[in-house]
Design a protein around this ligand. Structure first.
Ligand code: FAD
Length: 325
């Protein structure tokens, strides 16, 4: 009887947020007196899978079907169901991300399991299986008790601290009886974003809104992001106006992120925007309007013109870095 956790990878490189999910699952396993089985599908090197042992996986169940890619959510649901049945699992963990949101509900239906989406805490097993979760687009928390025998938990990335330990994971092959319909979605082409830090994994994010006035000023955001080693993001109107690509838009209808630092430049702080970023550990707001709603959610605020403040901030970071050498 193991806690099952789904591992995501990009071309064989396991994502940081999956190491977090494995560590989260392993703490649940220890609390409930069982082991952790990480499920990996596709072409991943043995050494990469063994690294999961450093984050608490006791074993890796490897599905060596190289037809699988991350958009085949039915196939992944079948893999998790097969693993859960084989391991007689009571808890299955996925990430609350674009893949987890498509896979976890399917698994819950087949296994007649209770599902917690948007999990922000380990379950409190003294009182049943009580998990703190995000509610009302991140404006509130809910505590839910999952009473079904089997539980599916979707962990929000960047919630659970990652601590590398020494451990080894045994790798076992997992046989899954797929059906043709599991591969009903075919990827016809992939446009790769190169040389950028993926927004979902970023610990530092510099974001811009309509206060930047136009795409010609985006260099101000990129310069600061480059100095900090941060990813870039934007508000929805900025993406709608094609100043920036849509994958950078955060908020209720965009990505949800929880970086250590979120710098919002020229963004008003509408509730729909805050829904995607309010979980950030530190929020810095730069806005020329002292009444901008974002200041209420900020840890630090600068009332000023982004055209002046951003270059000065970038220069200050550059100077600070040069003093460290
Ligand atoms: C159903 C629905 C879903 C939505 N989903 C999202 C979502 O997912 N994400 C999202 O972002 N929005 C979303 N929106 C839109 C949201 O309501 C706001 O309209 C949007 O977030 C505003 O973007 P903004 O702050 O960039 O622009 P604005 O509201 O125009 O604000 C610009 C800000 O920049 C400041 N500013 C202007 N010039 C300067 C300067 N030179 N220096 C410093 N500051 C300056 C202004 O004071 C102002 O506060 C959604 C709306 C709806 C109805």
């Amino acid at each position: 009887m193991s806690v099952i956790v789904l591992v995501e990878h990009t071309e064989g490189i396991i994502k940081k947020k999956s190491f977090e999910a494995v560590q989260y699952a392993s703490v649940i396993a220890k609390k409930t007196g069982t082991t952790t089985a990480a499920v990996v599908a596709g072409n991943v090197a043995e050494s990469e899978m063994q690294a999961l042992g450093n984050y608490g996986a006791d074993k890796v169940l490897h599905v060596t079907n190289y037809k699988i890619n991350s958009s085949q959510h039915r196939a992944f649901a079948r893999i998790l169901v097969t693993a859960a049945k084989q391991e007689n699992s009571a808890v299955i963990v996925t990430l609350h991300d674009v893949n987890g949101r498509a896979i976890a509900p399917r698994v819950a239906v087949v296994l007649k399991a209770g599902l917690v989406s948007g999990a922000l805490s380990l379950p409190d097993t003294d009182k049943g299986f009580v998990v703190k979760k995000s509610a009302f687009s991140g404006k509130a928390f809910a505590f839910v008790n999952v009473t079904s025998d089997i539980k599916v938990v979707m962990l929000i990335p960047n919630t659970f601290p990652l601590v590398k330990t020494e451990g080894t994971a045994a790798i076992e092959k997992l046989d899954v009886s797929f059906e043709d319909k599991d591969f009903g979605v075919k990827v016809v082409s992939v446009d790769k974003i190169t040389g950028e830090i993926p927004l979902s994994d970023a610990e530092l994010v510099v974001s811009g809104g309509r206060g930047l006035k136009g795409p010609e000023n985006w260099g101000l955001i990129e310069d600061l992001a480059k100095e900090l080693g941060a990813a870039t993001a934007c508000s929805r109107p900025v993406a709608d106006a094609h100043w920036r690509p849509h994958h950078e838009h955060v908020g209720q209808t965009g990505g949800t992120i929880r970086p250590h630092l979120y710098i919002a430049a020229g963004i008003s702080g509408a509730i729909q925007h805050l829904a995607g970023v309010s979980g950030s550990k530190t929020i810095v707001v730069i806005n020329k309007d002292p009444e901008a709603p974002f200041f209420k959610a900020a840890n630090y605020g600068v009332v000023g013109d982004v055209m002046e403040v951003l270059p000065r901030l970038t220069e200050a970071v550059r100077k600070f870095k040069s003093q460290q050498h």
